[in-house]
Design a protein around this ligand. Structure first.
Ligand code: COA
Length: 332
């Protein structure tokens, strides 16, 4: 084989971040009746005060395009300069084709490679890792990474363990070349022994076989997930800091998956993050939006000024699978 030498960039960085939050705000008072709960219980156990539920018009594609346009604008990049679109989602209800292709087309970047990835709540950090590797290897110059969910389509509104947690939204980031390191080495993996802890209630084929036109929903063993996330994930976060060659004292921002406020606090305590580290707490207003949660949380911190350009931020995503991925990034 006569391989043509491809030159990648010396480093990769996030060049811009964007967000789309559905218009409808749903306070706890709207979800408690169906699950015999209370605003106080939900806030105490999860830190969630309200979340956003998408309308029929706020589709996976519509929310993704809106978040992507904001990220492109922040990066100062035209959509035609993107040569790969990666969409992390578990709630695009068409098995094929990948929604990434339709999103690339609507953005006007038809020649881009486009594909979806399924790593649930860990999807966005998987996408950032792939994008960083592509940019450095030279297989893509600029990559658009989108995390998007309409979890309300697969939510059982009467399930006490999930109905108050999950929500909808989209976040996006443009990853491109950089002279200095902007995305640290990824620490990722999975724990398939706990494959069953968060999952779809049943296989589509069983639904059809039973002639029961009911959408399979999300189900979760909350306690076990809570224990795993609070402790195992703190170690993964520490390893991401080590691999980036920094200590907790040198960290400016901590942007973990917005699963539950108590998990966020437990991780920060276990990692002994100093008070100077700004911690993302988007979950209070956004609920758990799975693949969208980290870019949404980062976008809010940039918007509010708690994350400043050049800051060092630890991203850590985890969820169904159990899959996880973490990396240190420079805030664009
Ligand atoms: N409202 C009110 N009470 C509820 C409730 C609800 N929605 N769900 C459970 N309870 C009650 C239970 O009946 C139980 O009562 P009892 O002590 O009288 O028997 C009590 O609250 C504790 O139940 P438990 O299931 O142990 O709740 P928990 O403390 O584990 O909290 C979660 C539930 C879901 C908030 C918690 O497990 C959690 O946050 N898990 C991780 C979720 C997560 O992050 N998932 C995403 C990962 S990507």
């Amino acid at each position: 084989m006569a391989i043509l030498e491809i030159q990648g960039a010396p480093h990769a960085a996030i060049l811009g971040v964007g967000a789309y939050r559905p218009v409808r705000i749903v306070p706890n008072s709207e979800v408690i009746e169906a699950i015999d709960s209370s605003d106080e219980w939900i806030q105490q156990r999860s830190g969630i005060k309200e979340r956003r539920f998408a309308s029929p018009e706020e589709s996976i594609q519509m929310m993704s395009v809106a978040a992507a346009r904001e990220a492109l604008e922040a990066a100062g990049i035209d959509a035609r300069q993107i040569d790969c679109v990666v969409v992390a989602t578990v709630s695009h209800m068409m098995q094929t084709p990948a929604i990434a292709t339709a999103i690339a087309h609507e953005l006007g970047t038809d020649e881009a490679a486009a594909f979806d990835i399924s790593a649930a709540c860990a999807g966005f950090c998987h996408g950032i890792s792939l994008a960083s590797d592509m940019v450095r290897a030279g297989s893509a110059k600029r990559v658009l990474v989108i995390g998007v969910e309409r979890l309300t389509d697969i939510l059982d509104r009467t399930d006490r363990g999930t109905a108050f947690i999950f929500a909808d939204g989209a976040g996006a980031a443009v990853v491109g070349p950089s002279d200095t390191p902007g995305i640290g080495p990824v620490v990722w993996g999975s724990d398939g022994e706990q494959y069953d802890l968060i999952r779809q209630t049943e296989d589509w084929r069983d639904v059809i076989a039973a002639d029961r036109p009911v959408m399979p929903a999300l189900t979760m063993q909350g306690n076990a997930v809570f224990r795993w996330a609070s402790f195992a994930m703190a170690k993964v976060g520490q390893e991401a800091l080590d691999r980036a060659g920094i200590t907790a004292d040198q960290l400016d921002c901590f942007v973990p998956h917005q699963a539950n406020m108590r998990i966020i606090d437990a991780m920060a305590r276990t990692m002994k993050l100093p008070d100077t580290v700004q911690i993302a707490r988007d979950i209070a207003h956004q609920g758990n939006t799975s693949a969208a949660s980290i870019p949404l949380a980062l976008a809010r911190m940039i918007e509010e000024g708690t994350a400043k350009s050049g800051d060092t931020a630890l991203l850590i995503a985890f969820g169904a699978g159990l899959a996880y991925a973490a990396q240190v990034v420079t805030v664009p």
